[in-house]
Design a protein around this ligand. Structure first.
Ligand code: ADP
Ligand code: MG
Ligand code: MG
Length: 364
């Protein structure tokens, strides 16, 4: 539902801004929230939080606030500029982190980060490297943050063993009589149950630490300095939660180092690009290698494999359950997506030695 001008003006009037509001217009190419650029005495970003996806705006904003304040202190210690290197929340006139109107629209305000650009697609390898460096730097800035203080705003988000159970249930129920189309794919995930529980088992044993995970490591969630084209700041902290560093890394590899599209029908186009894997590893570990545990560095390839398995299994689960979660544009769209993820895992398994050797280079 579209916001009316009255609703926007009302929301704007609730925040403490410098100067008079001169304009407020739709901004950026995000798909989740409604984003507006506000020009007053200085520039701001106003967002209506997507409340269909984020059902707990209070917890969400508490997470963003905790993380931003911690990063701000770290950036100051390092002599950086927190207004350009981190999001800064602008509170409402009554001191709240967000404003809720009568129609249950949730609004929040940030300082606008000036002289930046965002890219929707990797136009050159440097972008991928910079993005890796930025997410590594984010991890580094938050390496002493007590991650258990964050709310789990989307419970069991990367609980792969639980997602495996949901998958089993979908296979068993076979409500849409689609099992017959995907016996081989089902077998593939059944034979990878152990892989899926690898990381959470290590977390339980204390061999991997709980970290702040970003959970949406897309390129356009990194702001680049408009002049130097160096990554400057990580934004879009809506899905910040307690999690694993290797999952943020792994998901970025899953969608960024695949040589084909996520729904490619010609599986011969799907593979893991080792050069891109190496480049992302380099950027990520140059930024945060010194603050990660040895076991985290060594488990980065597992992170990539688990994220790909988990994602593929979710596509197949959705196919079996009648495509109720992911939007589909053709009848077997989710099955095609599951197949690309399987093909990518198979290629990772072929290149496993190289992947492991690559990360070992960065051990202290
Ligand atoms: P979504 O969840 O919809 O992707 P984002 O928080 O990523 O929302 O914001 C959408 C876009 O708005 C970003 O890709 C970026 O271009 C721009 N943007 C968001 N916050 C800021 C900010 N503080 N300063 C400058 N640009 C921003
Ligand atoms: Mg975004
Ligand atoms: Mg988002």
């Amino acid at each position: 539902n579209k916001l009316t001008n009255e609703e926007l003006q009302n929301a704007l009037s609730r925040f403490t801004l410098e100067g008079e509001v001169k304009s407020c217009s739709p901004y950026g190419s995000g798909h989740i929230n409604d984003t507006f650029l506000v020009e007053a005495g200085r520039k701001y970003i106003l967002q209506r939080i997507n409340s269909e996806i984020f059902t707990k705006p209070r917890e969400l904003m508490e997470n963003v606030d905790l993380v931003c304040r911690f990063m701000t202190e770290e950036i100051k210690k390092q002599g950086g500029n927190p207004e350009r290197e981190s999001l800064q929340i602008i509170k409402t006139k009554d001191g709240s982190l967000y404003y809720e109107d009568e129609k249950k629209n949730f609004f929040r305000m940030y300082l606008y980060i000036t002289d930046c650009k965002a890219f929707d697609l990797v136009e050159k390898p440097e972008h991928f490297y910079e993005s890796a460096y930025a997410f590594g730097h984010f991890q580094k800035l938050l390496s002493d943050f007590p991650a258990e203080k964050l709310h789990e705003t989307i419970p069991h988000f990367h609980d792969s063993p639980q997602r495996f159970q949901h998958f089993l249930k979908a296979v068993e129920e076979d409500k849409y009589d689609r099992k017959k189309d995907c016996e081989e794919e089902i077998q593939f995930f059944l034979s990878h149950e152990k892989d899926l529980s690898y990381a959470l088992a290590l977390l339980k044993k204390g061999e991997l630490p709980l970290r702040v995970s970003h959970n949406d490591t897309k390129l356009n969630n990194v702001l680049f300095d408009a002049n130097t084209e160096k990554a400057l700041c990580i934004i879009d902290l809506d899905t910040v939660m307690p999690g694993l560093s290797i999952f943020d890394f792994g998901d970025a590899i899953r969608f960024g180092a695949n040589t084909g599209a996520e729904d490619e029908e010609d599986l011969s186009k799907i593979s893991l690009s080792l050069p891109l894997f190496s480049l992302y590893t380099k950027g990520f570990l140059e930024a945060c290698g010194s603050s990660l545990w040895e076991k985290e560095i060594l488990s980065l390839p597992e992170g990539a494999k688990i994220m790909t398995l988990e994602c593929g299994m979710r596509f197949l689960t959705d196919y079996l359950q009648g495509d109720s979660y992911f939007h589909v544009k053709r009848p077997r769209h989710n099955l095609d997506r599951a197949r690309t993820q399987i093909a990518l895992v198979k290629d990772m398994e072929k290149k496993w030695t190289e992947m492991k050797e690559e990360v070992q280079k960065y051990l202290p």
